[in-house]
Write a protein that binds this ligand. Structure first.
Ligand code: ZN
Length: 396
């Protein structure tokens, strides 16, 4: 395949993607040019991973690293009387959707001959990149918030990465990683366009699993927006190849306590609008300053979807309701269930439409915290953290 090209959305500069580079000389992030697209005849049907769509990926050669990512289940469950499709991205090799992006990005970085890498993450992307770097034999350092769920930190350490816990906000973590950009290659999933090249396979999978149709609505928990941009890119390629005629509405789901997209959306703005960020249990989407905010807002508007911000008090009940459907997810992913309830209730989404809820991260990532929080809800018969001491019968 001819080499892919990076394009700067700010100044128009172009660069060959095979030279390691994480941003434009002007300081902006870079994008890949339009992809070549995918026809259904090009799918490698026997390949039960995202590599069944290898023909559409902007890599030079065949993959050299894979942990079996992609081709995740799409299961039907009832939600407030409506039939809903839940996409279990939680069933990836490292338990989150990030493996799509990390797998394709690492394969690109290997092709580009990159040496040691580093990255900043709220936890899941770090766990994913650490695993793929380990699989590729690339030394890796991950900056994370000191307050990230312990399960995610353990995952990163277990992959052999150099783990750096940074006190303060998610933004402090990004700044620590940016400061290290001279020491090793900054393989940021939020900056690297090959991460989005990987997440676009989510669109291909949904289309194929729905018998080569696009759904009506897709709800995605959104921090930086890589799934929104991947979905836009993927459905765009399918439309250009004549495989679909209608595009789904994309809904970015946020925790209202830290909702950059909701703030911009409410203001009718096409770029970042200052807002007050509060702590949220949806740690995976607590993003005060998304890198590609303008592109994500544009994708949402183009799709005729929107932004759905859910209150903190709505998240754990949604997590518990998903759990009772057999779907154990982390609080970040549960925001999509809460948003679905709201969008069904206010009529934005009709029950007869084909609606996808993307469950982005597994509950085992944050099992301890979930146990504490569920205890606070006191479901009937709950015995565990937060439950009242059990009365024991007197022995005769
Ligand atoms: Zn530029």
């Amino acid at each position: 395949m001819e080499g892919a090209t990076y394009r700067c959305p700010a100044c128009g500069c172009q660069y060959a993607a095979l030279r390691p580079r994480w941003r434009c000389d002007c300081g902006s992030h870079l994008d890949l040019g339009p992809g070549r697209g995918l026809g259904r005849g090009e799918i490698v049907a026997g390949e039960a991973t995202l590599w069944r769509y290898a023909a559409a990926l902007a890599l030079q050669g065949p993959r050299c690293v894979s942990l079996g990512e992609g081709w995740t289940p799409l299961v039907r469950r009832r939600w407030h009387g409506a039939e809903i499709f839940f996409k279990l991205e939680s069933q990836m090799p490292t338990g989150s959707f990030k493996d799509r992006g990390a797998a394709v990005m690492i394969n690109h970085l290997v092709e580009a001959g990159v040496g040691p890498i580093h990255e900043d993450s709220s936890g899941n992307a770090g766990a994913s990149l650490a695993a793929y770097a380990a699989a590729a034999g690339i030394p890796c350092r991950i900056y994370v918030p000191a307050a990230a769920p312990r399960g995610k930190l353990v995952q990163i350490a277990a992959a052999g990465a150099d783990l750096r816990a940074v006190p303060g906000t998610r933004q402090s973590v990004s700044e620590a990683a940016l400061a290290a950009a001279g020491e090793s290659f900054y393989a940021s999933h939020n900056w690297q366009p090959f991460f989005i090249e990987g997440t676009k396979t989510l669109a291909f999978e949904l289309w194929e699993q729905l018998d080569f149709r696009a759904p009506d609505n897709i709800l995605v928990p959104t921090g930086y927006g890589s799934n929104i941009l991947g979905l836009e890119r993927g459905f765009d390629e399918l439309e250009r190849c004549g495989e679909i005629t209608a595009r789904p509405r994309l809904f970015a789901v946020q925790a209202a306590n830290c909702a950059a997209f909701a703030a911009a959306w409410a203001a009718g703005a096409d770029r970042f609008v200052p807002f007050a960020a509060e702590p949220t249990i949806a740690d995976g989407i607590a993003t005060p300053r998304p890198v590609r905010i303008a592109a994500v807002l544009r994708a949402l508007r183009r799709s005729k979807g929107g932004v759905a911000a859910v209150a903190e008090a709505e998240i754990m009940p949604a997590l518990a309701a998903l759990g009772r459907l057999g779907l154990f997810v982390e609080p970040t992913a549960a925001t999509a269930g809460a948003a679905l309830s709201n969008l069904l209730q206010d009529g934005t989404i009709a029950p007869e439409e084909t609606t996808i809820v993307v469950l982005t991260g597994h509950g085992l990532k944050a099992a301890e915290r979930i146990g504490e929080l569920l205890g606070g809800l006191h479901p009937p018969g709950w015995i565990g953290p937060g439950s009242e001491p059990q009365e024991t019968a007197e022995r005769p």
